[in-house]
Design a binder for this molecule. Sequence first.
Ligand SMILES: Nc1ncnc2c1ncn2[C@@H]1O[C@H](COP(=O)(O)OP(=O)(O)OP(=O)(O)O)[C@@H](O)[C@H]1O
Ligand SMILES: [Mg+2]
Length: 296
Amino acid sequence: MARKICFINYKGGVGKTSLVVNTASCLARLGRRVLLCDFDTQSNTSIWLMRLERWNKLNAGGQGSVYSFFEPGGVRLEDLIVRDVVADKNGAPVLPGLDLLPTTFNLVDLENEYAGDPKKPAYLVFQEQMAELAGYYDYVIFDCPPNLLRASQCGVFSANEIYVPANPDALSLIGFTLLVEKLGRFHQLSAGFRNASMGPAAQVHGIIFNSIKTGTDIEVPKMRMQLRLNQFKAAKRAAAHARIFDTQIRDAMVVRRAVTLGLPVNLIGQENTDPAHDSVVSDYRRLAGELEAHAA
Ligand SMILES: Nc1ncnc2c1ncn2[C@@H]1O[C@H](COP(=O)(O)OP(=O)(O)OP(=O)(O)O)[C@@H](O)[C@H]1O
Ligand SMILES: [Mg+2]
C-alpha cells in the first residue's frame, strides 16, 4: 500500500512543486512506483513534466485532468493518469514508474462551480477512488497550493503524512503555523467522514528547508522553526516523530531551468550548465532517502 504524502505550506513559492517533482523523480529512479497528483490550479507540476505543448492540448480540451473526475459523467481516476509521464522529445518514456494525475486551469471550478453533495464532499469522493489505486503504488504524492481549499482538501484527506517545505525566513514560519491551525479545523470538519481503513488524519511529519544559498547560516530560522514544531508536538498537533529534515536543498540555477527543459534535475544531462548541478541532485537523492527512512 502506498505512502500517501502531501507537500504543503500556507506560504507560496517556498519550493513545494520543485521538491515534489525532484524527490519523486529520485524515488522513481530507485525503482519505486510513484504517482504525483497535481492539485494546484496553476498546474506547475503538470506543465513541467508534460511539457507545455502536450499540456496545452489537455488544457484546451478541458477534459482528461483531475477536474473531470468531479464532473458528472463518471470519469474514473485511473483513466486520467498519464503513465510514465517524463518522455523525451519523441515521446519515449525516460523515467518508468513516475505517473502523473495532471491538472489544468479548470481545477479552479472545484472552488467556484462544483456543487457536489454536502453528504459526500469532494474530498471523500476522491479518497475512495484513490484508495483503490493506492495498492499499485509505493508513493502517492500531492502537490498542493498554499491553502486548504477544496483541491488541497482532497490531497490532505487522502494523505496520512504532510511535509512542509520552508525557506529560512519568517514568512515560511508563519505559513507553517497557519497550516497547522487550518489543518486542525479541517480535520474536525471532516472527522465524521473518516473511518479506520483510511489510516490516521494527516499531520505534519517533517519540515524541509529549501533554496538555501551557499554560505548562508540558517541556524536562527531553523531554531525558530524547531521551537514552533516542539510546541505543536507537545499539543499533539504534529506527529510525534515530526522533525526538521537533516537534508536541506541548496539554491541552484538548474532547478529553475529544469522547468524549461521539462525534466527533473536528476535527468538533465548535457543541457546542464550549472556547476551546482551534481550537488543539488545529490541533495534531492539524500532527501528521497531520508523520506524513505522516515516512514510513519
Ligand atoms: N533549490 C532551488 N534552487 C533554486 N531555485 C529554486 C529552488 N527551489 C525552488 N526554486 C524556484 O523557486 C520558485 C518557486 O518554487 P516552486 O514553484 O517549487 O514553489 P511552490 O511552493 O510550489 O510555489 P507555489 O506556492 O506558487 O505553488 C520557482 O521559480 C523555482 O524554480
Ligand atoms: Mg507549486
